[in-house]
Design a protein around this ligand. Structure first.
Ligand code: ADP
Ligand code: MG
Length: 363
């Protein structure tokens, strides 16, 4: 009986840049989704989610439709894969990722499912092709306009390495994450309804900025601009919101480049500075932070042995990512947990890890 593990991901820096043709620096985590797979005789897929204590049955052949149910993520993969199925499968899914917490439980699910189908049905697709399948599953069937960042990180993760990806060209490379340091994910446990609507608004605002810039330059996405270009573009002057969004994106891309160089030279102080600058820009120019995230970032970054911290994911709640020396993690968890609790009355969840592998078959 094959067992597959598909990780969650956390983005270290390059926030809200993936859908703007920009650059990102995620890692795969050690938390994730596990799939136990059995071949069955009938021509169907029986999928049991232990989280929901519920089983669904999907036909091997489409068309597949959205039902507003977790099965849509599986139906979405089948739809995007449009494969010739060779056998029925019974799949039991369990997960230790928070849902909607910014660690991409959805891409962990879709990418893991795509990979196990690829093997069971001998489809011969590459990990990159399957990452596009996982993205299309959410875009076309679930109805989430997500970018390539999440499935790519889940597909390509590698132990001890961060992934530097240019979402425009798909050029990418691994960057060694220095020994003696850990990535600490701090779940604020704040969930706000506006996360989805504001995400869509930000996408529209960025599209508007591209439209305005095209009065003077010919670009396809904000990722085409260098940070210094912005000062020379006057068509954004009458639209302060578009200018702020564009500024975040172009400066964030430059921060990713500097953060990659800092990691490569093992300069964790410089790396941490880029994380803090990224958070400031997300709060000030992109306006997707909130009081709880700002508090966690500010308090974490003042602790000994912490290189830097920032919000990660869509914003308005969800998670903060901090990078700290291994020996500084336990005191950070204790001190930050106590201060956050006394300020907001919430016991944040902490999880510390080093970069892990992408989707893999365990047995
Ligand atoms: P995120 O990807 O940030 O965790 P999303 O809203 O994109 O949040 O995806 C969460 C959705 O993915 C859940 O509402 C559920 O439909 C689906 N999902 C995630 N994990 C599981 C699971 N173990 N079993 C069934 N559905 C899951
Ligand atoms: Mg998701």
């Amino acid at each position: 009986m094959p067992v597959w593990f598909s990780p969650g991901r956390v983005n270290l820096i390059g926030e809200h840049t993936d859908y703007n043709g920009g650059r990102v620096l995620p890692i795969a985590m050690d938390l994730g989704t596990t799939f136990q797979v059995d071949l069955i005789r009938d021509a169907s897929l029986r999928i049991c989610s232990q989280r929901y204590d519920e089983q669904v049955v999907l036909p091997l052949e489409g068309p597949y439709r959205a039902r507003g149910h977790w099965q849509d993520y599986f139906a979405g993969v089948l739809h995007a894969l449009a494969a010739a199925p060779s056998t029925g499968l019974s799949i039991t899914v369990s997960s230790n990722l928070p849902q909607g917490g910014g660690l991409s439980s959805s891409a962990s699910l879709t990418m893991g499912f795509a990979m196990l189908l690829n093997e069971a049905w001998e489809l011969g697709k590459s990990r990159l092709e399957l990452a596009h399948v996982a993205q299309r599953a959410e875009n076309e069937l679930v109805g989430v306009d997500c970018g390539i960042l999440d499935p790519f990180a889940v597909a390509m993760g590698r132990s001890g390495q961060a992934i530097a990806l240019d979402c425009r060209s798909f050029r990418w490379h691994y960057v060694e994450f220095p020994e003696g340091h850990e990535v600490v994910v701090i779940n604020s446990l704040v969930k706000r309804e506006l996360t989805d609507s504001e995400y869509n608004t930000r996408r529209q605002e960025c599209a508007r900025a591209v439209e305005l810039i095209n009065h003077e330059r010919s670009i396809q996405c904000l990722g085409d601009l260098a940070a210094m270009d912005l000062d020379t573009i006057s068509s954004l002057n009458g639209n302060p919101v578009a200018l702020r969004r564009a500024r975040h994106v172009v400066e964030e891309n430059a921060r990713v480049d500097r953060a990659v160089s800092a990691l490569q030279s093992g300069d964790m102080g410089a790396f941490g500075e880029e994380l803090l600058a990224s958070h400031a820009s997300l709060a000030r120019d992109y306006q997707v932070s909130c009081a709880e995230l700002d508090f966690l970032v500010e308090t974490a970054s003042g602790q000994p042995g912490v290189c830097g911290a920032k919000m990660t994911g869509g914003g308005f709640g969800g998670c903060v990512v901090a990078v700290a020396r291994t020996d500084a993690v336990a005191p950070l968890v204790e001190e930050l947990g106590a201060r956050y609790d006394s300020r907001f009355g919430i016991q944040a969840h902490f999880h510390s890890c080093r970069p892990g592998d992408g989707v893999k078959r365990l047995q």
